[in-house]
Write a protein that binds this ligand. Structure first.
Ligand SMILES: Cc1ncc(COP(=O)(O)O)c(C=O)c1O
Length: 412
């Protein structure tokens, strides 16, 4: 059986050897991941030789356009979508904001939208704001003990006037994977749309929007080893519902309609570097493989997921073994049920104090609400102090996890 060659993986990331970062065990990946050479070299080349208006016939401009086109061509495979369905925006927060404005004209006053209190505010605030325009907002609330959502409660909230349900695929704190297929069935049953925030899920598994059956799916590339952008899949089936948000003369270009702020050209180009990285991982582990791009991505993320599952096992077990700690979200250590993001707090110490001890031990992490402000309060915590979060991705080592556990062990 093939398993992830961690030395090979880490050799692509300069941060692991750079004097400013090499001493840190980076366990704040849910905030932002390190970037491999494949991405850095595209950015550097773009800024060095083609940082001009793209798509003219002069050399540097044509080169810039080609670099951007390459990203536009390969990135849809990361969603299992077609190029006309993938929009490059500056961030997920910006993408939901634009999307909310694009969809609103299709609805009547008195229609409703269902949002959760588990999501990052990026997939709540933009929708809630529509209340000012006559849309009713219904809140699908978490269990305050666990921070988890129960689909039966959604079934009670949903009705023939529900136009959209916005829910996270995996919360950036509770980390539990929500059952998008079942949610889609409920939403589509009343003719509504499903918007899924995949920002916390995308670094860990190959997204398949066809299988998930969602209408809109978003993720942020600065958490998936890429530049700082937000990517949005919007199904072609909903294009007739979306009012053009771009310049009027671009209204017939599908991928311009939801991106009034065309983001940094170099960053668009650098998104191809994420796929180059996945490709290099694939060819290293499966030298005689002959699958198509989508299948190659699936195999790479399978390797990532297996390794991540091994990493989260001891950390979650340790947190659960501490009577003074409370884990937010599911107790499961299975990657089918959760992302390798571990948010917890102590009954006896502030999250800030635990965070300070981890920082002293050179563990990169954070504390607070991580913009899941409503979730933090819903599980009974002060939104400022919040939780401590340790989040892993495939390039982390067991040694780094052990260092974090050792640091926690010294906190009584
Ligand atoms: C789960 C989740 N959703 C959305 C966002 C917002 O993404 P962006 O910073 O691209 O707006 C974040 C950012 O941390 C997040 O963790």
């Amino acid at each position: 059986m093939v398993s992830l060659d961690l030395e090979f993986v880490r050799s692509h990331f300069p941060a692991f050897t750079h004097p400013d970062s090499r001493q840190w065990a980076h366990l704040e990946n849910a905030g932002g991941s390190y970037v491999p050479n494949q991405v850095i070299s595209i950015l550097q080349d773009f800024y060095t030789s083609s940082k001009v208006q793209p798509y003219w016939k002069f050399g540097p401009s044509a080169k810039a356009g080609q670099a951007m086109d390459r990203a536009v061509e390969v990135i849809p495979a990361t969603f299992n979508a077609s190029p006309n369905e993938v929009h490059f925006g500056p961030s997920t927060s910006q993408n939901t904001y634009v999307l909310a404005n694009a969809l609103r004209p299709d609805w009547d006053s008195g229609d409703n939208i269902i949002v959760t209190n588990q999501d990052h505010e990026a997939n709540i605030g933009a929708w809630r704001r529509l209340e000012e325009t006559g849309i009713e907002i219904r809140e699908w609330r978490v269990n305050p003990e666990t921070g988890l959502l129960d689909i039966d409660q959604l079934a009670q909230l949903i009705c023939s006037k529900t136009r959209l349900v916005a829910v996270t695929h995996a919360s950036n704190l509770a980390a539990t994977i929500n059952p998008l297929c079942s949610i889609a069935e409920l939403v589509h049953g009343v003719g509504g749309l499903l918007v899924a925030d995949g920002v916390s899920f995308a670094p860990h598994a190959a997204i398949d929007v066809q299988e998930l059956n969602c209408d809109i799916y978003l993720y942020s590339t600065y958490k998936t080893y890429g530049p700082h952008l937000g990517l949005m899949f919007a199904s072609e089936n909903i294009s007739h519902k979306v009012t053009n948000q771009g310049h009027f003369f671009n209204a017939d270009k599908p991928t311009y309609r939801l991106t009034p702020a065309g983001p940094d050209h170099a960053s668009i180009a650098a998104c191809a570097g994420m796929v180059d990285y996945y490709e290099d991982i694939y060819h290293h582990h499966f030298p005689s493989g002959s699958e198509n791009l989508r299948e190659r991505l699936e195999k790479v993320f399978e390797l990532f997921g297996e390794h991540e599952e091994q990493l989260m096992e001891p950390l979650i077990s340790y947190i659960l073994s501490r009577e003074d700690f409370r884990l937010i979200g599911t107790n499961s250590k299975s990657r089918i049920e959760r992302a390798p993001t571990v948010a917890f707090h102590s009954y006896t110490k502030s999250s800030e104090a635990i965070y300070d001890s981890l920082i002293d031990a050179k563990i990169s992490c954070g504390h607070g609400n991580f913009y899941a402000h409503r979730l933090t309060e819903a599980v009974g915590l002060n939104a400022e102090d919040g939780v401590v979060r340790l989040s892993m991705v495939h390039y982390n080592t067991m040694d780094e996890v052990t260092r974090a556990i050792d640091a926690l062990q010294s906190i009584n």
